[in-house]
Design a protein around this ligand. Structure first.
Ligand code: ATP
Length: 245
């Protein structure tokens, strides 16, 4: 269970916090959607949960163990709680083929004994995500947007994360590819030991798969809605300053 309590962050010089007292819980196997208008703080909240940016206040814990301080201890968190950024072109180094990038990610976390063993793990994850093996020797620019999205997901999956934090995972895809990626994510989270998903999204298909939808406005998280039928309720968001129900 990923749990955050009263998380807040105000960027230097900003008039108001980007994340303002956010509390949430993501249970094992769950798919939770974070929905709200552009600039409401979704990406910032995901970065805080991923341990990529320090909060001004609040706590984050996975299965009761708090987010470790920056340094060597934080590395285990970066294997278990992984963020797929909105722009997956930026998830990869454009100057390198995928093979060394998969190898580096696996080696960083001590997975696979050598290059060929790491390649086998990478190929398994790519196959699971429907990416042809030949992609391993391509540069990111040599993949379609959908393939790059799947390859970026595969690179996270080969680390066996507990939580996948997805920032607009389907926004850059055409509707058919977005649907395929949503189905893939559903398969991934339903697989035995599969990661839970917390996805910032405006997309109907990603909302449709969510067990819970958390509305966000002006850095403030509203109370959870269940399923797509209630996702429509996300539209009239709670005004700034109004206390949580
Ligand atoms: N690195 C940064 N430095 C300063 N301000 C930032 C930074 N990143 C985001 N912000 C500001 O914080 C607020 C929340 O931004 P954030 O990117 O978290 O929102 P979002 O809901 O993810 O938006 P979008 O859906 O457009 O990606 C915005 O006002 C944004 O301008």
């Amino acid at each position: 269970m990923l749990r955050a309590e009263n998380l807040s962050l105000r960027y230097p010089g900003a008039a108001r916090p980007a994340v303002d007292g956010a509390s949430l819980a993501v249970a094992p196997g769950a798919w939770v959607a974070l929905a709200g208008p552009s600039g409401c703080g979704k990406s910032t909240l995901l970065r805080l949960l991923a341990g990529l940016r320090a909060a001004d206040a609040g706590t984050i814990a996975l299965d009761g163990a708090p987010l470790p301080p920056p340094g060597a201890a934080r590395r285990a968190w970066h294997r278990r709680v992984l963020l797929l950024p909105q722009d997956t072109a930026r998830a990869f180094n454009p100057a390198l083929a995928l093979r060394p990038q998969f190898r580096a990610a696996l080696a960083l976390h001590g997975l696979g004994t050598d290059g060929p063993a790491r390649d086998a793990l990478a190929l398994e994850a790519l196959a699971r995500c429907g990416v042809p093996a030949a992609a391993l020797d391509r540069h990111p620019a040599g993949l379609s947007g959908g393939q790059r999205q799947r390859a970026a997901l595969a690179r996270l999956l080969c680390l066996s994360p507990r939580i996948l934090l997805l920032d607009e995972p389907t926004a850059a895809l055409d509707p058919a590819t977005a649907l395929e990626v949503c189905r893939l994510l559903e398969d991934i989270r339903r697989a035995p030991g599969g990661p839970a998903i917390l996805a910032a999204t405006h997309e109907r298909c990603a909302l449709a798969h969510a067990d819970l939808v958390l509305p966000m406005a002006d850095g403030v998280l509203g109370s959870a809605r269940r399923g797509l039928a209630r996702a429509a309720e996300v539209a009239p968001l709670r005004p700034v300053g109004q206390p949580a129900a």
